[in-house]
Design a protein. Structure first.
Length: 99
């Protein structure tokens, strides 16, 4: 008997004590990954100053988006993770809504 299409898999990354390096190997296995504010802020606090420099394509963004922790984290994560398949990574918190 044939199986139906695979279900979407999701992961919630919540604990601030987790390290980004521990999460990276998991990202390729999930269709959706949700990151908590505590986790994101803890990772950004550990981010080296040289990684905080803006890329040229960020200058066009409104300041409230460009400087918000969620898109900064997601850009940093994408640079490190080098995703090999489509996935939706979400930071669903903050006054500007979800990123």
């Amino acid at each position: 008997e044939a199986c139906g299409p695979a279900s979407a898999m999701s992961l919630e990354v919540e604990k601030a004590s987790l390290r980004t390096d521990a999460v990276l190997p998991l990202l390729g296995h999930f269709d959706h990954v949700l990151f908590s504010r505590d986790f994101v802020e803890a990772q950004l606090a550990e981010e080296p100053p040289e990684k905080r420099q803006r890329r040229a394509d960020e200058e066009e963004l409104p300041a409230e988006v460009r400087d918000h922790a969620a898109p900064r984290f997601l850009r940093h994560l994408c640079d490190r993770a080098r995703p090999t398949r489509p996935a939706c990574w979400v930071c669903a918190w903050g006054s500007l809504g979800a990123f």
